[in-house]
Design a protein around this ligand. Structure first.
Ligand SMILES: Cc1cc2nc3c(=O)[nH]c(=O)nc-3n(C[C@H](O)[C@H](O)[C@H](O)COP(=O)(O)O)c2cc1C
Length: 386
């Protein structure tokens, strides 16, 4: 069956809840790792005030006992500390006493399409769930999947390549020092000059009442070849990764390896020639494919990029129309981020970790971590014999 997860929760509701189903038994879980991933998502230059007043804490409700997974569904909740001030507006029962409905849809957000679809003029019914607050629950899933992948010798890392027009220089290989810099940077950037440009760009956008998007890159080290499959459309790993990344709010494009750039080049400039030596086995000198060919991992580093559009809530709002009166009015202003690319990067890592943890389970099966590792070792021996 593999892994699956569902989330529940409104942005200003009482709690977020996530259920992750299909994790093998016996995986050590460090609560601190889950906490620190949530903290990474909350941070980043350009986030709104809400992220500064809340501190996301995961509460494990099921599936983990004495620090190890049981093999049963893992349920985790995160309290919305902001709920205190939203109790009346978001009460599950009773009457709406606060009559101020959200009626001026924000261009670029889910407000109008959702209002039309659900035939409601109270757009808060839509925006509460469309809000990217939900991605905190995905980061919990990602943290758990990263722990599973770590036990299989795999690391998932991310960094920000650009914010608006401020770009970090592209690098084929990233060193441990680069990754540590990205972790320490307020914009998750490996390059100090680009970091300054990115922060300045965010400051300028904020002054202008405007917002910015950008690009994050996720790289995965230590993958075996042959994860995913070429035999059926929905088993192709590139398709699975693209879907998972595109499902993150505000992601409008995904690139695998050279992605967009490859479409402009000749085949001889794009494909990664194949070499062999006794020590390394089959290997490539370049990795323009981003570690995926035919819907399967090649054994090279996996490299994917997620492209985020600018935040839809503008402090200097675009024209809109009041859905009740049908009169032109500026779009609604909600407390909001100026730029959330660094936070999106953490969510992108989480989604990639989920897809890959699932791919390992699909390939190897097994009910316990021990079984999974045994099967992985056997597969690695087969690869060596090839
Ligand atoms: C981490 C993260 C934080 C976000 N924060 C905001 C925000 O504060 N305000 C906002 O209007 N949109 C924010 N967004 C984007 C919206 O959730 C998204 O644009 C909206 O749900 C519409 O979906 P779509 O852009 O995928 O069409 C954020 C997205 C991510 C990934």
């Amino acid at each position: 069956m593999g892994l699956r997860f569902l989330t529940a929760g409104e942005s200003h509701g009482k709690r977020l809840v996530v259920i992750l189903d299909g994790m093998p038994k016996g995986l050590p879980i460090e609560n601190e790792r889950v906490r620190s991933e949530l903290k990474r998502r909350q941070g980043g230059y350009g986030r709104g005030r809400r992220m500064q007043i809340e501190s996301d804490t995961p509460e494990f409700l099921s599936g983990v006992r004495f620090g190890k997974t049981l093999g049963s569904p893992i349920a985790v909740s995160i309290e919305n500390e902001d709920f205190q001030s939203w109790q009346d507006a978001m009460a599950p029962f009773g009457e709406q006493t606060d009559k101020r409905a959200v009626t001026r849809p924000r261009p670029g957000h889910a407000d109008l399409a959702g209002g039309l679809k659900y035939h409601t003029h109270e757009l808060r019914d839509i925006l509460e769930r469309a809000s990217a607050r939900e991605t905190a629950a995905r980061v919990v899933v990602g943290a758990l999947c990263k722990l599973l992948l770590q036990a299989l010798g795999v690391r998932v890392l991310g960094h920000v390549l650009s914010i608006g027009k401020a770009k970090a220089p592209s690098k084929q290989t990233l060193s441990e020092a680069d990754w540590q810099r990205a972790l320490a940077s307020e914009v998750a950037c490996i390059d100090p000059n680009a970091e300054t440009d990115m922060i300045e760009a965010i400051e300028q956008a904020k002054k202008d009442g405007d917002t910015l998007g950008g690009v994050a890159e996720v790289r995965v080290l230590g993958l075996v070849p042959g994860l995913g499959s070429h035999v059926q459309w929905d088993l192709k790993l590139d398709g699975g990764l693209a879907r998972a990344l595109m499902s993150i709010p505000a992601i409008k494009a995904v690139a695998i390896g050279e992605g967009f750039e490859a479409a402009e080049k000749k085949g001889s400039e794009v494909h990664d020639a194949i070499f062999f030596d006794k020590k390394q086995g089959f290997y490539r000198k370049t990795n323009r494919s981003g570690g995926l060919e035919g819907g399967m991992t090649t054994g090279e580093e996996l490299i994917v990029r997620a492209f985020m559009k600018p935040i839809a809530t503008l402090m200097n709002p675009l024209p809109s129309v009041n859905v009740r009166t049908k009169q032109p009015e500026p779009a609604e202003i909600e407390r909001s981020d100026t730029c959330a690319v660094p936070a999106m990067c953490v969510v992108a890592e989480a989604m990639v970790a989920f897809v890959l943890a699932d791919a390992y389970l699909q390939k190897l099966g097994g009910d316990t971590l021990g079984e999974l590792i045994e099967r992985l070792d056997r597969y690695k021996n087969l690869l060596e014999e090839y």
